[in-house]
Design a protein around this ligand. Sequence first.
Ligand SMILES: C[S@@+](CC[C@H](N)C(=O)[O-])C[C@H]1O[C@@H](n2cnc3c(N)ncnc32)[C@H](O)[C@@H]1O
Length: 328
Amino acid sequence: MYDNREQIRFIDLFCGIGGFRIAFEESCQEVNIKAECVFSSDIDKFAQDSYEANFGERPYGDITQIDEKDIPDHDILFAGFPCQPFSIIGQMKGLNDTRGTLFFDIARIIKEKKPKAFVLENVKQLVGHDQGNTLKVIMKSLKELGYHVQYSVLNALDYGLPQKRERIVIVGHKEPIMFTFPEPIRPYKPLTEILEQSVDEKHYASEYIRSKREGSHKSSFYPSIWHENKSGNICSYPFSCALRAGASYNYLLVNGERRLTPREMFRLQGFPDSYKIVVSDGQAKKQAGNAVPVNMIKAVVQKLLPYVANSLDQATVLREYDLKYNPS
Ligand SMILES: C[S@@+](CC[C@H](N)C(=O)[O-])C[C@H]1O[C@@H](n2cnc3c(N)ncnc32)[C@H](O)[C@@H]1O
């Protein structure tokens, strides 16, 4: 096992409430490596409040206003960048052409700081956006910076969380290492470990909504989370559909009768119960809906760690990882 002398420095861009940070710090802790966050940034005041309450530092604001030269050196860069700006990237030809998008801000930091590796995350729709052109430009731009880059669409459900949440994860590394994305880990946590026992009345849907749900759907599972799709159809599963920052009020209902509590939403994203929720219920829903699933990123990061931490051999990490997640 590693002896705590090595320290890995990382930066947390578009940090939100720190999903990447928890994943990385926990992964490092499990193999006795020190992880030091040397820079974080998020433009949203409430996300900054949550981050500060939990990590003791207030993230810097708008990344477009930060000179890459002012960012401290680091070994690994994390960024779950917002999905809205990629709508225009597909028409662009390469890195320099992506100026004005938030992806460009990630790229200019990578270009200046040359971390050993990076992990980027975005919605699955990035893969097919503009017939694949958007992702092509992103991958090409990252390769132009001298990185080996690969991507995969991962589902939080495959990494121990009862939430169907598919996300593209892009991993880049400077050296030609044998990185592969993690295999799925089943089974996922049962909902009984997510749901709270005693829930405030305010989370219950109106009598009208509840009887409407009851009349239109019978679930085969208990407990279950009922999901209303865009056309108003209801289905239910022993897991949650993807949490969404801007979802309508009754988009997900536990047993067809109540909304998820903030703590339950944070649990569905793999945040530990020690995570302090310091914002309103509305902000908590937005923050959970925007966050990256901690367990999914942990699985990725654990495969990258041996490379980022010089003195850690891959076999050790993978053995630790298997013992914990795939005990036979
Ligand atoms: C998809 S969320 C990332 C959430 C994060 N991975 C987590 O686990 O909480 C994208 C974040 O980018 C932030 N953001 C958007 N524009 C930004 C900008 N110009 N500078 C810094 N952060 C920005 C948003 O406030 C939001 O929190």
